[in-house]
Design a protein around this ligand. Sequence first.
Ligand code: 5AD
Ligand code: SF4
Length: 359
Amino acid sequence: MVRSEILSWLRETGRRRLSSLWQRANNVRRTRMGNRVHLRGLLEISNHCTRRCAYCGLRRPNRRLRRYRMTASEIQACAVHAVRCGFGTVVLQGGEDPGIGREWLAGVIASIKRATPLAVTLGMGERSPDDLEAWRRAGADRYLLRFETSHPDLLAHYRPDAPADAPDRPALLAILRALGYETGSGMLVGLPGQTWEMLADDLMLLRDLDVDMIGVGPFIPHPGTPLGRAPTKRMAPKDQQVPADGLTTCKVMALARILCPDTNIPATTALATLDPVHGYELGLGRGANVIMPNVTPMKYRRLYEIYPDKVCCTEQDPNHEKLAWRVLSMGRSIAAGRGDSRSYLARQEESRSRQESTG
Ligand code: 5AD
Ligand code: SF4
């Protein structure tokens, strides 16, 4: 699919045409990934963050937020709980928190790997290549790092203070991949100032990055952030501004599935927050094959407030059994095991056979 086609799908409003897009994405998902849905336990280990992204409630200047950092034994207990829930992966996520030390997290990862069969995914933001290497050596399998937007000016405006000498996110993704991580990336949909053209570029970048996992979610304004207080200040002209809604997020997910057929794509919590009743189903029917139920203890979960009213903190929070039931009632099944992406497995196979032929 070429860029002009992506752009015209993004701008499409016709119901019939869109339903053909959903069908196409769903067919690609079924053919390449099958009917099984992977459940990953999401564990939010620290809400400290040194950055001040204009869209995110964890930004350092948000003094209203009570900060926490889970202890190693709390994390270990939650990982064991994830195994009991039948999940094959635990995702350790946090802000960019220097209080999470290299050796400390390496120890946590190693003890999860010793005690459980879980794949460990990290989402700890931009860390030094030495940290990433130490965590990989300790046994971490995957790393999630969204580029948020491919447009440099928009990114610099909304994510200030990028250290001049540090690699940017696409460069870090290349480093992660060279370290042997399965890598994931993605972007926000509907940031004020984000145009359809920029979003088409985001999708092209996703394809070029050749990532194994793709996470996309709608921007949800947080009142404790600059963007939440003045969400319309930097809006693009009306016919160019991408809306931060479920429909556009689904278009992006469907296009991501078509462009990157072998990646794991979650139906995200942000999508389910916009539409608690149908959000997961919409995502799963339009390209997604993963759900990430939250396994963070409730007292911390409420404090991991990237945006308000996260579905996993409200009455509508489906526990993993309810979620499994919703998956089954779509005619899909729950996958067992780690659920590595096909693209990653193919890469592993390729490097194994290269080693055999040279060794
Ligand atoms: N709305 C939706 N998603 C957000 N994120 C941060 N702030 C918001 C928001 N206000 C996303 C970013 C980040 C991920 C952890 O959460 O894409 O990478
Ligand atoms: Fe920190 Fe990530 Fe939020 Fe930015 S998006 S403030 S890096 S947690």
